[in-house]
Design a binder for this molecule. Structure first.
Ligand SMILES: *[C@@H]1O[C@H](CO)[C@@H](O)[C@H](O)[C@H]1NC(C)=O
Ligand SMILES: *[C@@H]1O[C@H](CO)[C@@H](O)[C@H](O)[C@H]1NC(C)=O
Ligand SMILES: *[C@@H]1O[C@H](CO)[C@@H](O)[C@H](O)[C@H]1NC(C)=O
Ligand SMILES: *[C@@H]1O[C@H](CO)[C@@H](O)[C@H](O)[C@H]1NC(C)=O
Length: 409
């Protein structure tokens, strides 16, 4: 049977009509957590690399670190395994099963362990015939797999799009969402549908995507490098296909994981600042057993996390870009506005920038109380027409919070 026909048959009479947004009560602020992929990839070699292979041991150690090293208290919640957890075959009944050597106690055991730490547990599958790593995909098994995930106690599903026809994605992703809902278990639904469509030159239907998914990838996989990270930021700045406006409580644009190692500390500040101003899911992919203290403090910076998790859920946008310097703003539920100034020049030069608040849309005549958004240290009071001058490190960012001042009585 042609795949599209199959989707139509399973979906007819099954999907609810007139759904306006995914209503599973989840991801009301951008999800926060940790994911294996960018750091640990598809490392299945537990013989030669037992500490870094995709295995229950790795996941349990990361859950331990999340709970004991302050990440959980800072808001990080989901521990998620990406690709390469599966056995090469389904079992005799067609059920998914994990690799028996790397996950000897099974997935339910692992989910229970993560839950015992007060955390939530996520897993990965693929909407096509195989996962990107060549393990069994969910095609023709979506209902069965959704119920398997619910029975295991899964709280978050990352659903990839390898080995599929992008034309099937609107119906196929909706079908999986439907089955997840029918299990009765609230499961965050992370989709890669717009990314695959954009690669094929198809304009993603973000309204439909928001009805179906809690978060969705717009752009290619991020790598642990400045070029990859800043390329992703620039794609968001261009707001290709106008996707920024679709972010909000329940549904988020996902620029992919936050890393360490390859970025300098100054560059890590850029990533954290931009992920917060873009209301991006804060999903780390790093080795929490071995991380620089400054990186850890940055990932746990409460002032930044508060910006990321602001309940208004507005995704910040790029307001201007002049050469290597761009200015971004994000409105908060408190009435404050976060302003980030980013120097992406590769020439190693610090740059100075001068602008007025008026020029970036902050026009309240009483003026604004300006603080450093990283530290919340008071900086100055500025009227809409006063000059703001900032020095920005190479590959660096300055981020301020502007709070409108009340009229004096
Ligand atoms: C399933 O969808 C209905 C209707 O949108 C919603 O009210 C309910 O909370 C959803 N349940 C789960 C488990 O996602
Ligand atoms: C994005 O929005 C702008 C302004 O509303 C509009 O002019 C433009 O055509 C839109 N672009 C796309 C790709 O939808
Ligand atoms: C990092 O933090 C730990 C725990 O707070 C401390 O023991 C250690 O000395 C710090 N390391 C460095 C290099 O500052
Ligand atoms: C300005 O902001 C700082 C930091 O949040 C705060 O301590 C201070 O009280 C504020 N001042 C005014 C006049 O609002």
């Amino acid at each position: 049977m042609h795949r599209t026909m199959y989707w139509i048959l399973i979906v007819l009479g099954a999907l609810p009509v007139h759904v306006t947004s995914l209503d599973n009560g989840l991801a009301l602020t951008p999800p926060m957590g940790w994911l294996t992929w960018e750091r640990f990839r598809c490392n299945t070699d537990c013989v030669n690399d037992p500490d870094n292979c995709i295995s229950e041991k790795l996941i349990m150690q990361m859950a331990d670190a999340m709970a004991s090293q302050g990440y959980k208290d800072a808001g990080y919640e989901y521990v998620i395994i990406d690709d390469c957890w599966l056995a090469r075959q389904r079992d005799a009944k067609g059920n998914l099963q994990p690799d028996p050597e790397r996950f000897p106690h099974g997935i339910k055991y692992l989910a229970d362990y993560v839950h015992s730490k007060g955390l939530k547990f996520g897993i990965y599958e693929d909407f096509g015939s195989e996962t990107c790593g060549g393990f069994p995909g969910s095609e023709f098994h979506m209902k069965q797999d959704a119920y398997t995930f619910a029975a295991w106690g899964i709280d978050y599903l990352k659903f990839d799009g390898c080995f599929s026809d992008v034309r099937d994605m609107p119906i196929g992703y909706a079908a999986m969402g439907h089955f997840l809902n029918k299990t009765g278990r609230p499961i965050v639904y992370s989709c890669e549908w717009p990314l695959y469509q954009a690669f094929k030159g198809i304009k993603p239907d973000y309204a439909a995507i928001k009805e179906t998914c809690n978060l969705w990838r717009n752009y290619g996989d991020i790598q642990d490098s400045w070029a990859s990270m800043i390329g992703t930021v620039n794609y968001y700045g261009q707001d290709v296909d106008n996707f920024t406006q679709y972010a909000g409580p329940g549904g988020w644009n996902d620029p992919d994981m936050a890393s360490d190692y390859s970025l300098s500390y100054v560059e890590e500040r850029v990533q954290m600042a931009m992920w917060c101003i873009m209301a991006s899911p804060l999903i780390m992919s790093n080795d929490l057993r071995n991380i620089r203290n400054v990186s850890k403090a940055l990932l746990q910076n409460r002032n930044l996390i508060r910006i990321n998790q602001d309940p208004l859920g507005k995704q910040g946008a790029m307001i201007t870009k002049n050469g290597q310097i761009s200015i971004w703003t994000k409105p908060l539920s408190t009435g404050g506005i976060v302003v980030a100034c980013l120097n992406q020049g590769d020439d190693g030069r610090p740059r100075k920038i001068k602008f007025t608040l008026n020029e970036i849309g902050l026009t309240k005549q009483n003026g604004y109380n300006i603080s450093d958004a990283f530290t919340m240290r008071y900086m100055t009071v500025a009227k809409p027409n006063s000059n703001i001058v900032m020095a920005i490190d190479p590959h660096g960012v300055q981020m301020i919070l502007a709070m409108p001042l009340r009229k004096r009585k």
